[in-house]
Design a protein around this ligand. Structure first.
Ligand SMILES: *Cc1c(COP(=O)(O)O)cnc(C)c1O
Length: 572
């Protein structure tokens, strides 16, 4: 089965690395289209911090040759989806090792590419990108690692087989001996099944009625980070389909005992095969615990990679005041000591970059002197990008007295009709508000655009329906750039919001309420607090920017996050 040819380049890693992080998506650089949104950005920031901190982790993902989607906005304001291919050969190297995975009774060949990720201090960790586009495979199987989150349930299951089962096999073929497997979301849970198979007891050693499998052994090796705050959002596969695709890889009766009786629920499977489980914010861990009572769900709140998300103007400022800020962002707790003029001029530099981007992408000239609100993230129902437009008359009335401008961006999943309708709706508002509120929707949101947006806005707006925002990370990126958050209390913001100090909350903490009245509360805050502060009390505004930098920056960074994963989840 195995054509094992470990390459020289990987040998340096195989001796040292015993932890593997599996993620369906990862945002490594803009040219590599192996991510769709927040989950992938988190995986990328995790990898960057592992390199910075020399935490020995190998990352495993799919090569996703045609990417997620390239978004075009047509003349009617609707999203048009295009493939978004990239060239693995330009950024990664092929490795010689090949393994197979069982799919529909066939042996499907998988080969990894490797991308060495090197941090500014010179430490390096490997990223493996699994590929089935090999001449040994049928044309259909060659497409399995093509479209990130593409196709239907069957296609997804095949991708998860390649990631989970293929990933474990590839690591072994390359000579790694992994003692800790980290599943970033349920997509990776099949890795646990591969480990189960390899650790099964001999049937003769098992008493009648007992299983040959020993999940306790697997749990010692596995860590699971869940990201889904609603049960309906987790991957579920019908067992007859699973049986057809996985064949006799595992007995379906056995699988039902750990994957759920109705359908194969990837969250439940991961929960049952992991000895350490965490949610991505305190609130999210509570929500996950409610959804799956009986499991201990800890919380490790997300953070973002500071050097990736800090605008160069702020990076210069931090570098001169706190030379070790990038390695140890905790020192930003002294950010309140920065000089007001230096903070304001760094912000103006970042804002100019955003105004340039807006001009280039849309032809619209926005003003440096008018407060700019940014809203950019995956476009989907629960994120409520339309909340601000609930009462158009009131919105326009507020802007007449205290003008502001709006920048929106975000992709909808190709099958998310509600998300697509929201994009069309937003583009309708762009036209409708043409004479009252400068507004643009920038097409094809990606990490490059995100970096400009989260740094150049004055206020970062987030209006999800609680408790659906597991964490959210774009607001953290904004805070590193002195951008103030105006957000519903959900996910990370429950922990980070100090009202009128680090930003503002929209409404009370009603995680399990219906989110009613949020639009009213948003208008009130905008009209009574945010806009008056911007126009009439610039000193207090800059004080808040510095409070955000020091209180949010010092904590909501991925160095702190990875030190916690290392000590609490990996060193058990
Ligand atoms: C940070 C980021 C996200 C996550 O944004 P949220 O507001 O946390 O949902 C999504 N997409 C891109 C490109 C990002 O950079």
């Amino acid at each position: 089965m195995d054509g094992i040819q470990p390459l020289k380049t990987i040998d340096a890693f195989t001796q040292r690395i015993h932890i593997a992080y599996f993620s369906m998506e990862i945002a490594l650089r803009p040219e590599m289209h192996t991510y769709s949104g927040g989950l992938g950005v988190l995986a990328g920031d995790t990898a960057r911090s592992c390199a910075d901190l020399e935490i020995p982790v190998v990352f495993v993902t799919l090569v996703s040759r045609s990417g997620y989607l390239k978004q075009e906005i047509d003349a009617n304001g609707r999203q048009v989806d295009h493939p978004d291919p990239w060239d693995p050969g330009a950024w990664t190297e092929p490795l010689g090792a090949m393994i197979t995975v069982p799919i529909e009774g066939r042996e499907v060949w998988v080969r990894p590419w490797v991308m060495p990720l090197t941090c500014p201090l010179g430490h390096c960790i490997p990223i493996l990108l699994l590929d089935t586009d090999l001449e040994q495979n049928s044309p259909e199987d060659r497409k399995i690692t093509d479209a990130l989150y593409g196709g239907g349930a069957e296609y997804r299951l095949k991708q998860e087989i390649v990631l989970g089962i293929g990933g474990v096999r590839i690591l072994q073929a390359l000579g790694f001996s992994i003692h800790t497997y980290h599943m970033n979301e349920g997509h990776a849970a099949l890795l646990g099944l591969q480990l189960l198979r390899q650790r099964r007891h001999h049937p003769e050693d098992v008493r009648p009625g007992e299983s040959v499998f020993d999940p306790a052994q697997v749990r010692e090796m596995c860590v699971f980070t869940t990201h889904t705050p609603v049960s309906a959002a987790s991957d579920r596969f019908a067992y007859d389909m699973v049986e057809k695709v996985l064949g006799d890889f595992i007995d379906i009766g056995e699988l039902k005992t750990i994957g759920g009786t109705e359908a194969l629920n990837m969250t439940r499977l991961a929960l049952n095969l992991s000895g350490y489980v965490n949610g991505v914010a305190e609130r999210h861990a509570e929500t996950a615990h409610r959804m799956y009572p009986g499991y201990q769900v800890r919380a490790i709140t997300n953070g973002v990679h500071v050097q990736t998300w800090t605008h160069r103007a702020f990076a210069r400022l931090y570098q001169s005041a706190f030379p070790h800020w990038a390695h140890e962002p905790e020192v930003l707790s002294l950010g309140d000591q920065l000089k007001d003029e230096a903070v304001w001029s760094a912000h103006q530099e970042a804002k100019r970059d955003l105004l340039d981007l807006v001009k280039k992408a849309s032809g619209v000239e926005m003003s440096a002197d008018m407060p700019l609100f940014g809203f950019a993230r995956r476009m989907t129902g629960y994120k409520r990008p339309d909340l601000l437009f609930t009462d158009m008359e009131r919105l326009v009335g507020i802007a007449r007295k205290q003008p502001f401008q709006l920048v929106f961006a975000g992709k909808a999943h190709p099958r998310d009709e509600q998300g697509k309708a929201l994009i069309a709706e937003l583009n309708g508002y762009v036209r409708q508000l043409a004479n009252s509120i400068p507004m643009v929707f920038l097409p094809n949101y990606d990490i490059r655009m995100a970096a400009v947006l989260v740094a150049g806005a004055d206020v970062w707006l987030n209006t999800p329906l609680p408790p659906m925002e597991a964490s959210g990370t774009s607001g953290m990126k904004a805070a590193f750039n002195g951008v103030l958050n105006l957000s519903i209390l959900d996910g990370w913001w429950v922990e980070a919001c100090v009202e009128g100090v680090t930003g503002w909350a929209i409404g009370d903490d009603d995680a399990f309420g219906a989110g009613a009245g949020h639009a009213d509360l948003l208008y009130e805050k905008l009209d009574q607090l945010v806009l008056p502060l911007y126009y009439k009390d610039r000193a207090r505004w800059i004080w808040m920017m510095k409070e955000g930098i020091s209180k949010i920056g010092a904590y909501f960074n991925s160095q702190r996050m990875m030190r916690r994963y290392a000590t609490e989840a990996y060193l058990r």
